[in-house]
Write a protein that binds this ligand. Structure first.
Ligand SMILES: [Cu+2]
Length: 197
């Protein structure tokens, strides 16, 4: 073992030498870095955007944001024609999963992606002015902190889990049941009750 280790080290050292030589050989030719790119929106891309169907009240939109640039991108807010919107995150610190507004916005680090998905960060439509039906296309505008905008389209899909994710208060039977946010018009076939835990 010791022998083969030292052989490996020996050849790595040789490779290191070669690399240093190569580097200094082309050290004179510095590539010109592309100058400032002020438009963040040009580099932020959105994929797999969808929104949960709903008759009224609240619903949520999800997507994958990709930031191939070398600077962080921060989404400050979002808007659409159907509803006021907020950026939400899920918080478990109280022991229950509850959603809350993410006041600092969504940061997509340089070269990374930020995934919005059920149970995690999402775009909340707070109060629909008209129903969103399966297959509808909802246009959403993102406002970045630097003032740029990005418009994308979310396709509406049914998602049975949504009600449970967003109304977790009624799990523990604390006596004081927390259904107040639940718009109880009951025409959803009443399947909203199969707890996830
Ligand atoms: Cu929310």
């Amino acid at each position: 073992m010791a022998i083969s280790n030292s052989r490996v080290r020996g050849s790595l050292a040789a490779l290191g030498m070669a690399a240093v030589l190569t580097l200094s050989a082309c050290g004179g030719a510095e590539t010109e870095a592309a100058a400032d790119e002020p438009t963040e929106a040009a580099t932020l891309t959105v994929e797999d955007a969808w929104v949960v169907t709903a008759d009224d009240g609240m619903t949520a939109a999800f997507a994958v944001f990709n930031n191939p640039s070398d600077t962080d991108i921060v989404i400050a807010s979002a808007e659409c024609a159907l509803s006021p919107m907020e950026l939400h995150e899920m918080d478990m610190s109280s022991g229950d999963m509850v959603m809350q507004e993410k006041e600092d916005g969504f940061t997509i680090p340089a070269g990374e992606s930020h995934i919005l998905e059920p149970g995690g960060d999402h775009l909340m439509l707070m109060e629909l002015s008209e129903p969103i039906l399966a297959g509808d296309e909802v246009e959403i505008t993102l406002h970045l902190v630097d003032g740029e905008q990005l418009v994308f389209t979310a396709v509406a899909k049914d998602f049975a889990g949504a009600d449970e994710e967003y109304n977790h208060d009624d799990h523990g039977d604390h006596g004081d049941h927390g259904e107040d946010e639940h718009d109880d018009h009951g025409d959803h076939g009443d399947h909203g009750d199969h707890g996830e835990e």
